[in-house]
Write a protein that binds this ligand. Structure first.
Ligand code: ADP
Length: 623
């Protein structure tokens, strides 16, 4: 077969452009990426060979070799891992399969400095080779296949693939270094880079410098098997970068050996910044499973529940058999015990961190709270532990509060934990629903994560206090005493008989458009608001579902009117029992539309709204 020419996927093209033109100061990390990929590839082959030993024809000793060639100006990284087939070369090195890629690209600004920081977090993997190389050649033969392939590109939009019959198993990646990058041929420099970033790689990384003997330059044992006291924070960090394919600082590092009925070692990390794909619908967990130091899979759902999918790292089991298959991993009792242990450790670590005022827990919470909260209703047994880890914005103060602190601040006579849900914190703070709560000094939790809608309706209570939405009809504050001097007085209200007549007239005018009309306890300043009937879906949830085309048609709500408001009092004074009054009817519609607008919804009939508004304004302004 002759040479094939192919284009990089558009996204890769963009990425390469930035990689090549960025003034990235930390170019040496390309080597870490190459070694990391080589090591992953060896791990995968080692596992595949447990069931298919023939795959190891050509050698079972894994090794990653660095071969600088000063005459040719090239650095070659060779591994004897699983290699890539023709199609895999094209797919893996010509496209980006990573989830979060489009999100990442959409955040690029064109400002080189900002973009480099972003790339640092995203990780460009293989493409980082083009930071130092003007041309990259990959010669690879996939384990089990007879023929190899050669992939060549200058990173400018195209690559070629052609047969390479003599290729050895694995991959040999040759970087033709740019003129300014010849330092990466220097043995001393290469050794120090490997020590710095790749010492933890469990496979030997060797260096062949000219005619000297090949020497191993890393420690070549699995980092998690070493005693904690012998591991430096830098080594932990580099290992985290390798396993997580992430490039931030780990916020928390948890390294322990579980002994007893079940034996395993866990080396777990919680990132400090939010990965772009954390809300990917697959909700996959990201801890890798090893058995007796052999990599098994990075796709083991049973290892951790989805609500801990922000955790990275490895778990190495002593009890599972090496030839454990995918099917065996399902409903595996050993694995389920490991999972229980991991969840306990992680939640324990979070608790510890949350109690440490300088531990940066608030930043963790801001990044991962929305994920952890899924556990409130998915992990029944740990519900309370998770609720204890939760932090909330509230109407009291600007910081975050715990539920325990909220409960401690509850007013005499207050029998529920009040919540309000919405998209936007500032908007929520202004909601008329909160007026009565504010007047009585009752704190309300302001919930703005989509997930909040689901757990508040699924979890009955915390510390025996039920959660209740302020926007639901049942929110009753009558038992809570108002602060001195701010008591409600019936004298401020429209007289009861007038009010009843007004309510009847409004009901008559609005008909099916509302479920009910009531005098409100919760309003102090606004004239009207809408609330959901007891037991019905909240308006915010309905809106969220509608945005995803999942909701039934809009439901009629309860319109509450404020009997202490001047407008309502005025209307009540003029409305006549049993009679019809065009003005009152217009007012009823305008009030309903106003309540809708405050909820972030359009008036039911924009034309009618405008017509009524003009008519009322004309009467008001022009007499
Ligand atoms: P990532 O490693 O994050 O998936 P990379 O850009 O580093 O992204 O690599 C892309 C893919 O190319 C890898 O997922 C892997 O499938 C393949 N690959 C890269 N280097 C090698 C290698 N040395 N041997 C086998 N496959 C490789």
């Amino acid at each position: 077969m002759a040479e094939e020419k192919r284009q990089f996927q558009a996204e890769v093209g963009k990425l390469l452009d930035i990689v090549v033109h960025s003034l990235y100061s930390n170019k040496e990390i390309f080597l870490r990426e190459m070694i990391s990929n080589a090591s992953d590839s060896c791990d995968r082959l080692r596992y595949a060979a447990i069931t298919e030993p023939d795959l190891l024809d050509g050698g079972s000793e894994f090794r990653i070799r660095l071969i600088p060639d000063k005459d040719a100006g090239t650095l070659t990284i060779v591994d004897n891992g699983q290699g890539m087939s023709h199609d895999e070369l094209i797919a893996n090195l010509g496209t980006i399969a990573k989830s979060g890629t489009s999100e990442f690209l959409s955040r690029l600004t064109g400002d080189a400095k900002k973009d480099v920081t972003l790339i640092g977090q995203f990780g460009v993997g293989f493409y980082s080779a083009f930071m130092v190389a003007e041309e990259v050649t990959v010669i690879s033969r996939k384990a089990g296949e007879a023929k190899g392939w050669k992939w060549v590109s200058d990173g400018k939009g195209e690559f070629t693939v052609s047969p390479a019959d003599e290729a050895a198993r694995g991959a040999a990646i040759t970087l033709k270094l740019r003129d300014g990058e010849k330092e990466f041929l220097d043995a001393f420099r290469l050794k120090s880079i490997v020590k710095r970033y790749s010492d933890h790689i469990a496979i030997p990384v060797t260096l062949k410098d000219g005619d000297t003997d090949e020497e191993t330059v890393n420690s070549a044992n699995a980092l998690w098997t070493r005693p904690k006291s012998e591991i430096t924070p830098e080594q932990y960090r580099e290992f985290y970068h390798h396993v997580a394919h992430a490039f931030d600082e780990p916020w928390s590092t948890l390294h322990y050996k579980a002994e007893g009925a079940i034996e395993y070692t866990g080396l777990l990390f919680i990132p400090s910044s939010k990965p772009l794909d954390i809300f990917h619908p697959d909700r996959k967990q990201h801890v890798k499973l090893y058995v007796k130091r052999v990599f098994i899979t990075d796709d083991c759902e049973e290892l951790l529940p989805p609500y801990l999918r922000f955790v990275r790292g490895v778990v190495d089991s002593q009890d599972l058999p090496l030839n454990v298959s995918r099917e065996m991993l399902q409903h595996n009792p050993v694995l389920s015990k490991i999972r229980t242990g991991l969840v306990k450790r992680i939640l324990g670590e979070l608790k510890k961190k949350s109690e440490d005022a300088d531990g940066g827990y608030d930043a963790f919470w801001t990044a991962f709270g929305p994920v952890l909260k899924e556990g409130i209703y998915e992990d029944f047994e740990r519900k309370t532990d998770i609720l204890d880890l939760c932090r909330f914005r509230s109407t009291q103060g600007d910081g975050l509060t715990t539920l325990a602190d909220y409960v401690a601040r509850m007013k005499d006579g207050q029998d529920a934990i009040y919540t309000i849900t919405g998209d936007d914190l500032e908007q929520l703070k202004k909601s008329p629903q909160l007026e009565g709560f504010r007047a009585k000094g009752v704190e309300v939790l302001l919930l703005t994560d989509p997930i909040d809608e689901f757990w508040v309706s699924a979890v009955p209570s915390y510390a025996e206090k039920p959660f209740r939405s302020v926007a639901a009809a049942g929110a009753d504050l009558s038992a809570v005493k108002a602060p001195e001097g701010a008591e409600d007085s019936k004298e401020d209200e429209a007289p009861a008989d007038q009010l009843t007549t007004l309510i009847e007239a409004v009901k008559l005018a609005l008909g099916e458009r509302v479920k009910d009309v009531r005098a409100s306890e919760r309003l102090t300043e606004s004239a009207v608001c809408l609330v959901a009937a007891e037991g019905e879906m909240s308006m915010h949830l309905e809106k969220m579902l509608r945005a995803h085309n999942q909701a039934p048609g809009e439901r009629a709500r309860i319109l509450e009117i404020n009997p202490r408001h001047a407008l309502i009092k005025g209307l009540a004074a003029r409305v006549k029992a049993g009679g019809t009054d065009g003005d009152v009817e217009d007012a009823a519609f305008l009030l309903l539309d106003q309540a809708r607008i405050i909820e972030g919804e359009p008036p039911a009939d924009a034309n009618a709204f405008a017509r009524r508004m003009v008519s009322v304004m004309e009467k008001g302004l022009l007499g």
